[in-house]
Write a protein that binds this ligand. Structure first.
Ligand code: PLP
Length: 215
C-alpha cells in the first residue's frame, strides 16, 4: 500500500479500493486516508456495513450505477460521482428523499473519444443545468470525467482541459444558489493524475498506484 504524497494539499485523494479486501482499506485508513472509491454497488454496501469499517470512512461511488442498485448505495455513500443519466438522477433523488438524506453528487461527463465510456454530453448538461434545482435530495458538487486511455499526453490533457471548461459553463447555467457549491472536478487516475492536477482537478481517483494491480 502506497498512498500518494506528491498531491497538492488542495486536491482530494479518493483511494479506489474496488476489488481489494477490507484489510487494504483499513491499512490505508491507519495511514490517514478517509475517502475510498468503489465501483460496484454490492461491494461498496458490504464494505460499508462491515463492523470493522470505521464510521468516518467516506465512500464514493465512482462506477456506473444501475437504477435498481440505487437503494444499496444511497444510504451509505458520501458522494455519487457517476451520475450519468436523467433516469439515474431521478432514482437517486427519490431514494435519498425517501430516507431523508441529501446526497452529494457529481455529474459524469463524457470527455473521451472512446464510445464505451459513460457520461452526459456537454449539450445534454447544458439543457439539464437550469433544472437541477428541482432535485431537492441531491447536492450537485461538480463534474467527473475519464480521459481516453491513450499514450498521447496531449490528447489526455486536451480532454481534461475540456472537462474544466464544461464545468465552468454548466456552473454558470445553474440556478443562482447552486453555483457556489459546484466546485469539484474529479479527474485523473493512476496513469494520468499528474496531468489532471495540472489541468485543475480538485479530486483524483487512484487505485492501482496505491493498492497495486487488480486481478
Ligand atoms: C478503477 C477506477 C479508477 C482508478 O483506476 P486506477 O487506474 O486503478 O487508478 C478511477 N476512476 C474510475 C471511475 C474507476 O473505475
Amino acid at each position: 500500500m502506497k498512498l500518494n504524497k506528491e498531491l497538492p494539499s488542495a486536491v482530494k485523494l479518493v483511494a479506489v479500493s474496488k476489488f481489494k479486501p477490507l484489510e487494504d482499506i483499513l491499512e490505508a485508513y491507519g495511514a490517514g486516508q478517509r475517502v475510498f472509491g468503489e465501483n460496484r454497488p454490492q461491494e461498496l454496501a458490504a464494505k460499508a456495513a462491515d463492523s470493522r469499517t470505521p464510521s468516518d470512512v467516506e465512500w464514493h461511488m465512482i462506477g456506473h450505477l444501475q437504477t435498481n442498485k440505487v437503494k444499496l448505495v444511497v444510504p451509505c455513500v458520501a458522494m455519487i460521482q457517476s451520475i450519468d443519466s436523467v433516469k439515474l438522477l431521478k432514482a437517486v433523488n427519490d431514494c435519498a428523499a425517501s430516507i431523508g438524506r441529501v446526497v452529494e453528487s457529481l455529474l459524469e461527463v463524457h470527455i473521451s473519444s472512446e464510445e464505451s465510456k459513460q457520461g452526459f454530453s456537454e449539450e445534454e448538461l447544458v439543457a439539464l443545468a437550469p433544472h437541477l434545482g428541482e432535485f431537492g435530495a441531491i447536492r450537485f458538487r461538480g463534474v467527473m470525467g475519464m480521459a481516453s486511455f491513450v499514450d498521447d499526453e496531449s490528447v489526455v490533457r486536451g480532454e481534461f482541459r475540456n472537462l474544466k471548461r464544461i464545468s465552468e459553463r454548466i456552473r454558470n447555467l445553474l440556478p443562482n444558489d447552486f453555483r457556489e457549491g459546484f466546485d469539484e472536478i474529479s479527474m485523473g487516475m493512476s496513469h494520468d493524475w499528474r496531468i489532471a492536477v495540472e489541468e485543475g482537478a480538485t479530486m483524483v481517483r487512484i487505485g492501482t498506484d496505491i493498492f497495486g494491480a487488480r486481478y
